[in-house]
Design a protein. Sequence first.
Length: 401
Amino acid sequence: MIKKNKGYKFRLKPNREQSLYLEKAFGCSRKMYNLYVDILYKELEEQNYISGKIDYKSIKLPTPAVIKRDYDYMKEIDSLAFANVQLDFMEAIKKYNSEYDGKTYCKKARKQKETLGKELTFKDLKGMPTFKSKRKNQNSFTTNNQKGTVSIVNEKYVKIPKLKQSIRFVNHRQLPENSIIKSVTISKDCRNHYYISFTVEYYIEEKQKASNIILGLDYSQHDFFVDSEGRRANYPKYYRKLENKLKKEQQKLSRKVLKSNNWIKEKMKISKIQNKISEQRKDWLHKKSYNLAKNYDAIIIEDINLRALGQCLKLGKSLADNGFGMFRNFLKYKLEDRGKQLIKVDKWFPSSKTCSRCGSINENLQLSDRIYKCENCGCIIDRDYNAALNIKEAGSSLLAW
Ligand SMILES: [Zn+2]
């Protein structure tokens, strides 16, 4: 048996009283986090810290229970939510340390110092944990399940600590069989929609599904991917419409006075569209990866570094944004849950330039050539289809079982 951890996110529909509690919990969690940041900055000041990794063992961080004594209103909130804040904060320091690369102040802050003479502070240090704000940061808190303090009631309600009445949620998918809820994160997005994300633990049998039906996928900017059976993923046109709308609104924003009321309104409008796009896309990616994982025993893709590819071909944002990385992750765990394999083939393997029929290499193939013509065997084939066939071929020899 293998232990698995996975998150499941649902819309949460609190009533008035419940949403009041959630808002308080968001606010108190943020406050607790900011108190920790404040303590950190004071400690750093005392240590005359300038740069380098933070020696967090030398910093005395009080427990949330101690901090809480000074804030009466925090007593209403579940203490595990605060324990998670402390963990989050420690993670943020660890992250700062692990990403510390000798550089100190971030570019923007240095520029502001040069041009405006702005004083540099700890918060301007690259990657330093900073104060959270209601507007800029996501409203959320996390609590853990301790022997049933978090549970699902009658399939559509969820019980959380400190609330007598369970909160209704939109239960659109089943949690894995025999799974245990470890923790939940409740959040609110810019449209004031509430969500609950369950982190569950469950065991699956260690099985290895024989790789009888194999599919190769070639990443395509236009179609998302083309597979080794010649099909295109057909990224829905409707989504592109929304993306164009987003572009228009972003242009409108650029013409407004920075931080004026109209600017803020437009900014809200934009983040609503962005949210909608990312949700639609995620939904589509889930469906696509689900169907592939269900119908194929092994899937082979190219191990491309999407960011590097975007930069070197100047494909820019559209590539980074269309979620191929997320798709790969979805595909991986959906296959693994079924005892199936996702194989990545080397990114230096010339999948586009190789003829899938005879194996000869066409060095003259240009990025603009949509059709692959083989000078050796005369094969004429769609460029992406040819690449997908090559990827399938190359990965078939790498299968673990
Ligand atoms: Zn050929």
